[in-house]
Structure formats: C-alpha cells, structure tokens
Design a protein around this ligand. Structure first.
Ligand SMILES: *Cc1c(COP(=O)(O)O)cnc(C)c1O
Length: 409
C-alpha cells in the first residue's frame, strides 16, 4: 500500500465521526487492510513468546500503569484482542479515552469499588433508586464500602475526605427518574462521579461530556441488545482504566472473547435499535397515560425504550396475562420484556428503602423492543383487562388517570 493512501486512511480514522458511523466502524478500523470483513475471534488463553525478556518488560509495564501491553498479548486475563475491539468501540461511542470490559455489569461495578477501596477511599455517596443489585452491593457493604444515600441536592454535603465515589443512575432503574448530570458532577468536586448509563445508552446521553469520570453499562442490556450475552463495561480516562485492568487481572472478572464479539456486533445496530424502540416506547407511554386502568406513567424526558407504569389493579395479573410480551427480568433486547420490580429486579432491596425511592408495589417496568407498536398495545390492552389487573377500571371512585410527565410524541 502506498504512503499516500495510508495517510488518507489515517485522516479518515482520526476525523470526528458521527455516532451512527462510529457504531459500525469503531474497533474495526484495521480490518479492511488485513483483508477481513468480520472481526476475528481470538479464543487464546495464552500467547507463545520466545522472548521472555520482552514479555517480562510487558508484564512490568502492566503492573506499573495497567496500560494495555504493547506487542503481543501475554495471557487472557491481562487482555484479549477481540474484547479490546469492543472496548475501543464503546469508548468512542461514550467519548472517553478508554473502556474496560467485565464479565457482567456487577463485575464492572465491583471493580470500580475495589479500585477506590485499594486507595483507602471506601466511602460511597449514592442516589436512589439504583438497579436492585447495585443497591444491595452498597447497602450490604459486601466489598467493604460504606454508603451514604442522599438525593442529588444532598451530594455536596454528604462528601467526606474518604469519599471515593459518587454513584447515580439516570434514567434510573426502575422508576426512570432523571438527575441533572451536570449539576451532580459539579457537586462532586474532585470525587469521581460514576453514572450508570445502561438505560440511556450513548445514543441518548453521553455522561462523560457532562462531567462524569466513569460511565458504567450493564452491556447485557442495550449494548448486546439480543438477550444472549452477559457483560459489563466502564468507559473512563486512561488512568482509571489502567487501575480497572489491574483489578480485573487480579480478581478475574474478565469478559469472554465470544461475548466481546457479540457486543461489538451489537454496537453496530445500537443507534438504530434504540431509536426505533424509543419511538414505540413513547407511543406506548402516551397510550398508557390516557388509559383509566393506569394510575401513573413514568417516561424520561430524554426518551428511551423503557416505560414504567403503575396500575390500579394487581400487577401480578398483568405479568400472568401477557402473550406477545415476554414476562422476564432484564431489558434492552429486541423483544419486549415486562417485569414487576417489587417482586423481581428490586426484590433484594429492603421494602421500605424501595418504596422510599419511589418504587411502588404497583409499578411495572417494560423494556420496549422492536415489535410493531400496535401489536404491543393489543397485548398490553388485553393483559390490563385480565381479571384483577384492571379491576378498578369500572370503579367510578377511581382516581383520574395521571400521566405525570410531559410525554414526547
Ligand atoms: C442489569 C443492570 C445492572 C447489572 O448488570 P448485570 O450485567 O446484570 O450484572 C447494573 N445497572 C443497571 C442499570 C442494570 O439494569
């Protein structure tokens, strides 16, 4: 290849590209010149080297900074080329220097807590609601952290000298409550802000641009997008990424290369999936808000494919009544899922804490997929009419339906 065309390739690579373009090209920039189209899957656990002095130097470099070793990989727990493609792509989408992938969202959050605890910064300030298991990990102090729960306005006051992290989710699981990320980042001062961006995805919100130092995803959800891969990832600056890689190396919560491949493939359709599902979700939120069987609809101002709603009747009857919609925990797949947070996703949170965070016992959380919106509505409509589900629909004393948020059409 002549140098002129190499230069042209480099110019294209370094130009700032739109999200939709990054989604299909980031992490794949080298493929065409290798004569490849689909990314190769590298399942190696170890990498032969006749140069043990050179390998020793790479291990020393990793121990010093956690930077991805230059030259051939060493061992699967230090890093994997297929997983690295996904990390590169996600960092581009979130607008950060780096990203570090883990075996699950919870493994990713655990690694962040361990990085801070290893620096003697065990205190965490967090805003409810969070995903149920994140709440549990902090409340139970399983990794030796101590949590102070507060609302966004109380963050600055809750900070202590040993505070290592502030955690928020926006839109939050499962109420879809939103926080002003810029204001929260300001309140954090020099303490790193972690934003769980699982629900919004970088398609709708890029928290690093608003001052978050750490952007966490349960990649199990929208990034994978097809309900067939469990993964987590933290997008951040290179310095924090190095510490995360060192913790990942020492504790072993690595992502499998096949999962890395599936996630990279998932990213390529992320913008299309999120926009299509969000349009249906906004329409369903609108129809639910106008329905007398529904007491309250939660739908974020930034949009998205999640809709939560409280019903007058028994939420268990809706779960039992859906036929097209899948009654299952998790979210972000191509098919629509519905679940009852008080029973399932947030079961592990103490009932008073859960209710205090606005998670009503009558709340249902729906992850809208890519089905036809009228088919989804028909299924919801019949499930809401099941005996018990809509039992106050004919009750003239029932409160008027309230769509509590401005709904975007
Ligand atoms: C699912 C979820 C998690 C946990 O991710 P796993 O991949 O299941 O470990 C964390 N945060 C949010 C917002 C989630 O929805």
């Amino acid at each position: 290849m002549d140098t002129a065309s190499t230069g042209a390739h480099d110019a294209v690579r370094t130009a700032r590209r739109a999200l939709a373009t990054e989604a299909v090209h980031a992490g794949r920039d080298d493929l065409a010149r290798q004569g490849l189209h689909a990314p190769p899957i590298d399942l190696s656990t170890t990498y032969p080297s006749y140069d043990s002095r050179g390998e020793a130097a790479r291990i020393d470099a990793f121990a010093a900074t956690g930077a991805d070793p230059d030259g051939p990989p060493v061992y699967g727990r230090l890093g994997n080329p297929t997983v690295a493609r996904f990390e590169t792509a996600l960092a581009r989408l979130e607008g950060t220097e780096a990203a570090v992938a883990f075996a699950s969202g919870m493994a990713a959050l655990s690694a962040v807590l361990l990085v801070r605890a290893s620096m003697g910064l065990r205190h965490v300030v967090a805003v409810r609601p969070l995903y149920g298991c994140s709440d549990h990990l902090l409340t139970a102090g399983l990794l030796g952290s101590e949590v102070t729960w507060t609302d966004p306005a109380g963050i600055a006051e809750a900070l202590r000298p040993e505070t290592g992290l502030v955690i928020v989710e926006s839109p939050a699981n499962p109420t879809l409550a939103e926080v002003d990320l810029r204001a929260v980042a300001h309140a954090c001062g020099s303490v790193p802000l972690l934003v769980d961006n699982t629900f919004a995805t970088p398609v709708l919100q890029r928290p690093a641009e608003q001052g978050a130092r750490l952007v966490l995803h349960s990649a199990t959800k929208y990034l994978g997008g097809h309900g067939d891969v469990l993964a987590g990832v933290v997008a951040c600056d290179e310095e924090f990424a190095g510490r995360l890689r060192q913790v990942r190396f020492a504790t072993g919560g690595v992502l499998h290369p096949l999962a890395g491949y599936l996630l990279l493939r998932g990213l390529s359709t992320l913008p299309v999936r999120v926009r299509a599902a969000s349009a249906s979700a906004a329409e369903l939120a609108h129809r639910l808000a106008a329905d007398p069987r529904v007491a309250r609809v939660h739908y974020p101002r930034i949009g998205g494919a999640m809709v939560s709603f409280e019903i007058h009747g028994d939420p268990h009857e809706v779960i039992a009544g859906v036929r097209l919609i899948t009654p299952a925990v998790s979210l972000g797949s191509v098919d629509t899922l519905i679940q009852h947070p008080a029973s399932i996703s947030h079961r592990i949170v103490d009932a008073d804490d859960r209710r205090g965070a606005g998670v009503s016992d009558r709340l249902l959380r729906m992850s809208v997929g890519l089905e036809d919106v009228d088919d989804l509505w028909s299924d919801l409509d019949q499930a809401l009419s099941c005996r018990g589900a809509g039992n106050r629909a004919n009750d003239h004393n029932a409160p008027a339906p309230a769509g509590t948020l401005p709904l975007r059409r």
